[in-house]
Structures are given as C-alpha cells and as structure tokens.
Design a protein around this ligand. Structure first.
Ligand code: 0PR
Length: 400
C-alpha cells in the first residue's frame, strides 16, 4: 500500500483502466458461466444495504427476518413450506454445510459420502476439509448417476448420498426418486445439489416441461442446495441451503456468545456474511414472482433449443445430449474439441471446457443475436479445421 491516499476521481480512472480486460455479461460472450448480471433492482438495493451483517443477527434482526422470508420462499418453491436454512456464500458453502450436517447426524468413525461422478468439486472440498472418504459412482448412458452403483457403494460407514438436479457439466437430473428410496431404506442422509437447478426446474415444471420429482416432495430428501446467484439473478455471493426441518440444524450450530447483538447460533461455515445480498434477493423474488422467473426461464430455454439445433446443423460437432435445462454441451467426433475451444477464445467467446466437450450455459444475459453470432463463428472455425484437415481425434464422452 502506498503511503498517502489517492483522490476518488483518480481511483475511479485507474480502476476503469485496470479492469478493462474483464469480460462483461452484456457483451454476450460469456457463454460458460452460471452467473449473470444481477437484476437492476438488486444492484441498487445491494448498494443501499451493503453494511448489513448476518453474522451478527442480533444487530440486524430485521435483515434476519428477511433472510427467513427468502428461505421460506425458496423452500416453498421446493415443496416444503416448513423448511429452514441459510443464504450463504454460494453452492460450495451450501454443500459443505450439508455434508457437515450429514456427517454429524451419524455417529461413524470413518465417514464416507457417495456422490455421482458428475458431482461438483465442492464435494471433494468437503471430503478434504472434513476427512470424509468420497466414493464417486459412475454414470449411465444418460449421464445420470448409476442407481445400482450407488446401492453397491453403500457400506456401514456411509453418512450421505448426494444426487444432483442440474449437473454442472450437462444440466442432467439424477434419478432422485430412486436415490431417495435407497437413502430411506438404509437410513442415510440424502442431499440434493440443485445449486443451479433449484431456481430453474420449478419454473420449467410450471411451463409444462416434464420434470421428475427432485425436491422435498420426496420424504428422504434432508437438504437441498439452491443458489440465488445463479439463475436467481442475485448479486454474486448468494447461495442457499435449505433443510427439511429445524431438527437437523439445531444440534449442529455453533454458539457465539460474545456477539454485539447477543448470543446467536451459527450453522454457516463463514461468520460475517452479507445481508445486502439477501435483501437484494428478497427484492428480486418480490419483483419477479413465479411468473417473472418463468418468463425468463422460458426465454433461456427457447434460446437453448435454438442453440442445440444450430449445433446439430454444423457438420463435425454435435450436442452431447438433448438439453434438459438451459445447458448445452457439444462434442466433436472429428476435431479436437480443445482446438475448437482455443479458436473460439481467440474470437472472444468464453465457454466451459470439460475433458471431452464444451459447455454453454444459456443465462439471462444471452440474447438471440449472441447465439446467431456464436453459431456463425463455430461454423466458420469448423470449416477452417476441415480445410486444414486438422488433427482428428474421436474421444468418447465418458467422464461426465
Ligand atoms: N453445485 C453445482 C451443481 C454447481 O454447478 C456449482 C457451481 C456449485 C455447486 C458450486 O457453486 P458456487 O460456485 O456458487 O460455489 N457451478 C459452476 C461451475 O463450477 C460455477 C461457475 C460459475 C463457474 C460461474 C464458472 C463461472 O463463470 O461450473
């Protein structure tokens, strides 16, 4: 840090220069992100309440009440009006909290968790941090976790089964109903990671899409991750963890007796946490309602279908699956997919690159003109590769 302060004007100028290389959602070039530009109302409200700290709820009881309301709204959307939980920093923290609850709800010395091979890295982090053995069960031909594989992986040490409703890579929904039955039969904590799907699937269902049960309607589901900062369009730093009932959390919270607002129990991993993001989320929920979200999700899905169809029409690349939610993965049986990724990046596109395919998440910041431009660039790139008869490599998609 330099010795003396710099005037505000100068700082803003410098920052404008320093940040000019950051990509912008509005450009439509960010195709591989699960985040998006927060709704305008959320940005304004966030600024107004940026000093609220939910790490000390006694000081901010009204913000705490708003958080309860946000959780109640999300929980109701997930078919459990009695759910309890927290807004947290994101899906990673939500999954960490869930795995901690699972571990603590069983008295087992060498706890193991069973997750699909497609599970998000947050479960590896949970395993590492909490000394859990993580068992990754392979996927079936639809990229869902293999149910019999999960059954076979259960041991006397299993403390959690995880199912995913909207996988990070392809947006697939695991056979949650079947996993639910296995969890009940074996009396094991069942967590559903709907970090992305949690604020997409309920709206798709309302739009008439055939969405299997994935939420609290299934009796064994103990907790669900659902992140407002993904399809909820909240400011970054707003995740969500919802439990079936308070009993799961009550015995697993830490007492913090010295807080300025008075004794309060915390079950989140972090202490000081943003109240502004929670208030902004509340405002978005009220502003959009189910109808508003459904319209946004409908728009994203329409573009998803246009994108998937467009990819099918380009010789040499094809979608990995027909999209289930607003995520499209595509592969190539002729060209090296990472060469395609490099060429797309040269033209400013930012996709998610998985071992054998590229992923696009059709977020609300993406418009039809961006999809058209992208398809045209992709076609052009593939055409050039064909001309150069570039290195051809068929790699079967298996990992995700
Ligand atoms: N669970 C699932 C199913 C996820 O897809 C993700 C994140 C998480 C949990 C963890 O959420 P947080 O990142 O909020 O902790 N999935 C995205 C991914 O890893 C996150 C992401 C977001 C990546 C924006 C890139 C990006 O630009 O692909």
């Amino acid at each position: 840090m330099q010795e003396f302060g710099v005037p505000e004007k100068e700082i803003i100028l410098r920052l404008t220069k320093l940040l000019k290389d950051d990509k912008k959602y509005d450009s439509g070039r960010i195709l591989g992100s699960m985040c998006t530009k927060p709704l305008t109302i959320a940005i304004k409200i966030y600024q107004d309440f940026f000093d609220k700290n939910l790490g000390d709820p006694g000081l901010f009881p009204a913000t705490w009440a708003i958080e309860r309301d946000v959780i109640r709204m999300m929980s109701t959307l997930l078919n459990n009006p009695n759910g309890v939980g927290y807004c947290c920093s994101g899906g990673t923290e939500a999954n960490l909290i869930a795995m901690r609850m699972a571990r603590n709800s069983h008295d087992i010395k060498h706890p193991e968790i069973i997750v699909p091979l497609s599970a998000h890295a947050s479960f590896d982090k949970a395993a590492d941090l909490m000394n859990l053995d993580i068992i990754k069960v392979p996927l079936n031909e639809n990229y869902q976790v293999d149910v019999e594989g999960v059954r076979a992986a259960i041991s006397k040490n299993t403390v959690a089964i995880v199912g995913i409703a909207g996988t990070t890579s392809l947006g697939v929904i695991d056979p949650i109903k079947e996993l639910n039955e296995i969890a009940i039969e074996n009396d094991i904590y069942f967590h559903v990671d709907a970090a992305f799907g949690g604020l997409v699937l309920p709206f798709l269902k309302r739009l008439g899409y055939n969405i299997p049960k994935f939420d609290f309607t299934l009796d064994g589901v103990k907790s669900i991750t659902a992140d407002p900062h993904k399809m909820g369009m909240s400011p970054i730093g707003t995740g969500g963890i919802i439990f079936r009932d308070a009993s799961i959390v009550r015995s697993n919270a830490f007492e913090i007796p010295y807080l300025a607002g008075g004794n309060f129990k915390q079950a989140t991993i972090i202490g000081t946490r943003s109240g502004a993001s929670v208030i902004a989320t509340w405002a978005i929920f009220k502003y959009l309602g189910i109808d508003g979200y459904s319209k946004i999700v409908k728009k994203c899905m329409n573009l998803t279908h246009i994108l998937s169809k467009g990819i099918k029409q380009i010789d040499g690349v094809s979608p990995v699956i027909d999209p289930i939610i607003n995520i499209v993965g595509f592969e190539s049986d002729r060209y090296n997919i990472h060469t395609i990724d490099r060429e797309l990046r040269k033209r400013g596109w930012a996709l998610g690159a998985f071992p054998n395919f590229l992923r696009i998440v059709v977020m609300p910041h993406i418009r039809k003109c961006h999809i058209d431009e992208f398809l045209s660039d992709l076609e052009d790139i593939v055409h050039h590769l064909k001309e150069k008869s570039s290195y051809v490599q068929k790699t079967p998609v298996k990992a995700f």
